[in-house]
Structures are given as structure tokens and as C-alpha cells.
Design a protein around this ligand. Sequence first.
Ligand code: C2E
Ligand code: CA
Ligand code: CA
Length: 696
Amino acid sequence: MLKEPYERDSLTGLLSYTSFQKAVALYADIDPKGMENGKYAMLCFNLQRFKVINDLFGSDGGDKLLLFVAGQIEKLGGEGSLATRTHSDHFCLFVPIRDDSLPRRLDEFSRIIENCAPDFEVICHIGVYVTNRSDIRPDGMIARALLACSFVKESVDKRYIYYHTSMRTQLLLEQEIINNMGKALEEEHFKVYYQSQYNHTTGQLVGAEALVRWLHPTRGIISPGVFIPVLEKNNFIVKLDLFVFEKTCALLRRMMDEKVQPVPLSVNVSRLDILYPDMPEQMEAIRRKYDVPVEWLRVEITESAMLDGIEKLTYFIEKMHKLGFNVEMDDFGSGYSSLNMLKNLDLDTLKLDMRLLSDEGSNKNNGAVILTGLVRMAKWLGLPIIGEGVEHKEQADFLASIGCSYVQGFLYSRPIPEEEFFELVKRQRVGEIKPPMQLIEKMNSAQFWNPMSIETLIFNNYVGGAAVMEYRNRRLDLVRINKKFIQELGENLTEEDVLKWQPFDNMDEQNKNILLETAERAIRTDSEQECETWSLSPVNKEPICVRISMRMIANSSDNVMFYILIRNITKEKNSQLEALQNEKLFRAASEQVNIYYWEYDIRTKEMKPCFRCMRDLGLPKLVCNYPESAIESHVISPKGAERYRVLMQSIDAGLASAEAVIPLTDDHIPFRIRYTTEFDKDGNPIRAYGSAVPAE
Ligand code: C2E
Ligand code: CA
Ligand code: CA
């Protein structure tokens, strides 16, 4: 249908934009029915961060990528399709729709584009407009596809979105916001509300977050969730954030002037603000203007700011720190950042949004496990954590129980207007947010959470059963465990099984005390301490005995972290116990029959004979220097002396049991001599139980 020659784009060889529009118009004229009935689609493609690609790989690299993408777009379109590059990294594709394979082909396309460059994820946003009218001209189709394209957010993994008419309504609202925002700022229709933060354990007020509201003269209060994303699209957000910051400083000034004890106030810093290199200086200038101590000001950044490159974020944090501001990570754990990245950022506080963990997808229990993990990680990084979005007392109690006492949420207070907040501060006891713990530099604790670090490698592979335990409120909890630790406890267990099980919850009081005393000794002496404890197995609730050695690696005012090595010694213990048990039974039985028995202390070489020994052999209550003294007095016959010595040497050396037939007394009566050894917790032999029965 299309007759060559059409003008072509010199770089990609695709149709020029004008030719493309002409060709699409031709289709529309020829097949108006098809246009009405969704037989065609207009697609717009927008490569993300193309500027970065040019910077990284040079313009040659950029050109190569454009060529590649152009080729893939043509391939995606297939026969009868038209493709163009509208400008720089923007493309359009017009395709006839013959079946329902387009979504699948789009997924495939996105996958190919994402993996086309080594070490760099190329992302292409796509807007799709499926034709539904015959009277829309090509630029109208493109406008709709472009609008859909602007709805593809970087955070979601969907790379394409289909156009829907509601997008136009939203666009109109956005337009209204844009038209009115300047005036709203001038006329102070933006108001700053404050939401208090509390220490749930002490009830003290520890700070507040400044949250902006738009008090619209006709629409009423507009929530920031509605207008902030719009303002972020056009950089107006920077102005607004500086406005909020100024209002916050003014409030602190007022508190100082009216002799009200101020509390630290946090302001939100948009991802866009961070891209402005002199944002920190502008904030500092405002702070000086109001002359408020920097300790009372904090900024909240979001994990999404990492999307613009960790360098910019690092630079921002560094600058803010130099000026003395505290920097908090908002919505910690929302998924943008790996713990690795977080560790590289020099943060002062983490904010954990309870709502991020609620309901969806995960059951309640999982949420608790994740939460516990996040809180402990934060503590491990030495950062205080503020639980946000806390609506119920149970949530706050739970957070406190896992060591996160700072909460912000409707449970305590909604965001309230400045006046109300000012009155609230006047009435409140004020406390402060303290870092949770002080790391001890015995090992590089921060590296410990890095999955690639040597510490982790050692932890996972070389050390045997190892764990990190937290000591708090006179209880001990496993926080992190390695594979061998799990294996020590039983087969087919998962990490989650073990963390849910918790040895401390499966011990009787006596064993709990043993563990606690050992922990406390390790703290007191700051050295490695050992103990053996019995608990009920996570596999079958049978008693298991574990030898634990523990060493403190981090501490704070209310908790201590231990590095723990364990060995499951249940088998050894049980066979020992069995032997001892047998020995006891044996002794009881021996009273009825012709058996002699005694206890031998391996370290002192003292022997304590039974009553029968004393009566029949004339031995004293305590025989020293055993067996030499017994050989001398011919209790052991000279003939058997040598063999008896060998037997005793094997016991002294730690053999668990030994047996021999040896002649005793001057009458050379053959006796079957048996020994069972008892060991201390380090596995050293301490005592042996001997017995003698006449041999058959
Ligand atoms: P955010 O920074 O995560 O702020 C916390 C949001 O959670 C606030 O919503 C707050 O009202 C809400 N919230 C607090 N406690 C609870 C609770 O117990 N339950 C529930 N359901 N919600 C709770 P808000 O004020 O609507 O703000 C929404 C977002 O808009 C903020 O999320 C922040 O990202 C942004 N924002 C607000 N003010 C500013 C600002 O001045 N500058 C910038 N850049 N962003 C702002
Ligand atoms: Ca915030
Ligand atoms: Ca938040």
C-alpha cells in the first residue's frame, strides 16, 4: 500500500516523522471501520535515562542503542506496521492488530531491551492507544499514546500501559494544579501540618514530621498524595519544599521565643530536590535567617531517590551532614534499596512504614517476621528506627517488643495544623531519639550484613553452626543464623522454622538461667563464655542439648548482640547419660550379686570403693594414688598388674569405656573389670566408674 520512496531518518533508517504521519493518515482514510473497531494501535516509546547512557557510553554508544531499539521496534511491529523516531530517544509505531498477541510481544520486547547492554539496565516506557474512532488524526493518536506513556512509572515493573479516557480527566486535574500552584503558594493556600512522634515506652514526645496540605478555596483540603506527584513532574516541588522548610524554621523560632521546649521537626525532601546541587545551601540560609539550632531540623529522603544515582544522594547527605542536619530514610524497606545500598549511605534514622507491610500478599505472621528482620537490621546498622503509620496499640506494642519504641501514626496523633501542634508541644513531656547501640569493633559488624562480604562468607561457610543473638529484657533471641546452625538443629528445617522456634521459648527455667548467666558473664568479662543447655527440638520437640559459646559484638543501653557458635551434643550427652544410668542400675543390682564397684577420679587418681570392696578387700574409704597403691597391697595381683595399668591409662587418656579380664588378689581370681567414663562440658574425662565381677 505504501509506495517508496518515503523520507527516512538518517540514523535509524525508520520513516521520517512527516512520512510516518502521512502514512498513518492514509491508513485511517482507507479503513475507517478498522479505526473505529480497534484494528490498529499507536505505540509511543520513551527510553529512560538516555542522557545517562550517552554520558556513560559516548554518543557512539547512544547511537548504537538507538539503532538497536529501532530494529527491535520494527520487529515488534512486523508486517504492515509503520515506525518512526519522532525525536532523540522517542519512537512511534503504528500496528495493525490481527490477534491478541500484542501484550506478549511487548513483554518480550521489554525483556530484550532491558538486557541489551551489559551492566546497564535500559528501560523503555511504552504507551499504547488502541484506535476507537475514525476521526482522530495521527497526532491525536500519538498524543493519547504519549499520555498513556507518561503513566508508566519507574517503580512498577509494567513497562507499557494502555490508554484510557480517565487519563485525560487526570490530566485535566493535573493541568489545574499546575495552573494554580503559583498563586496558591503566593497566597499561602499551602499549609504545613505536623504529626507528632512518640516514644511508646516512655510516652514522651520525641519529634514531629511536617506534612503539607493544600487548602483550596473551592475544592477544600487537597492531600499531598494528589498534588505532590504533579509538582514533582515540573520542579515546582523544590519551591514548595523550601516553603515548608521555612515554615518549620519559623515555628521553631516561635517556640524558642515563647520559651516552649522545642522538638526536632522533620521535613520531606523530594527526589527532585536532591538533584538541585545548592538545595542544602538554600536550606541552610533559611535556617540562619530564623537562627534555629540545626539539631532541631531533620530531613527525610526516600529510597526512590536512589533511582537517580547513588552518587547524587551520597553527595546530598554529605552536604547536609556537614551543615549539621540529621538525615532520615523515609519508607525504609519499600523495596527500592537493597540493604547493601543502605549501608553505604550515611543515614541517621530509618522510618519504617507499617502500611507497607500490611495485608497484601503476605500473611500476618510473615509481616511480623519481615518487620522483626528490618528492625534488627536497622539496629545492626546502629540506626534508630521510627515506626510510621501506626494505627493500633497492638502495632505499637509489637514494635516496642522488637526494640522499636519510636512511633508516628494515628494511634497518637493525626497531622494537625500548626496552632494545634504548638499547644500540644506546650503540654508534652519531651524526650529524644537515641541511637540503638554502639558497635564494638571486634569484627566489622556492618560488613556482616553485606551478602558479599568476607564476614558473611565466613559466617555462612567456615565457622560451623553460628548465629547472632540479641539479649534484651532478660531474654535471648536468635536474629541471624547460618546454614550449619540450621543443620545442627535437625534435618529439613528452614531458616524461618528456626527463627520462629527460638531456643529460649523452648527451654525450662533452669536452662534459661544457665543461658542468661552465661550471657551476663560474657558481658561482664567481655570475653567468650560457654555453656550447655537443653531445649526442645524444633523438629520433634524431643530434648536436645546444645553447647553454646558466646561473645558480645555490639551493645546499647537496652540490648546486646552476641556472636554465637553452637554444637549439638545431644548424642554424646545421651550416650553418656545412658552409660551413667546403666551404671547406676548396675550398682543397685550389684548389691544383690557378687559385684564390686568404685569411683575413680581421673585428675586426682583417687578411688572411692563400695562397701563390699571395703569389707572383702579391706580397702579404706579413699584410696590414693590408684591403681599403684592397690597393686602394692596386692588387691590387684602382681600377675595382672601390667594389664591393669594399661587399662587405667586408656581411661586416663579419655576412653569412654573399657573392659578387661584381670586376675585380682593373691588368689589370682579372674575378674571382668569394666570402666565407664564421665566427661566435663569441654569433653575432658573427669571421672570413671569401675566395676568387677568374677569372670565365668
Ligand atoms: P510520608 O512522608 O510517608 O508521610 C506520611 C504519610 O502517612 C502522611 O500522609 C500521613 O498523614 C500518613 N499517616 C501518618 N500516620 C498514619 C496512620 O496511622 N495511618 C495512615 N493511614 N496514614 C498515616 P500525607 O500527609 O497524605 O502525605 C503523603 C505523602 O506526601 C508523604 O508521605 C510525603 O511523601 C508527601 N509529602 C507530604 N508533605 C510533603 C512535603 O512538604 N514535601 C514533599 N516533598 N513531600 C511531601
Ligand atoms: Ca515522610
Ligand atoms: Ca513515610
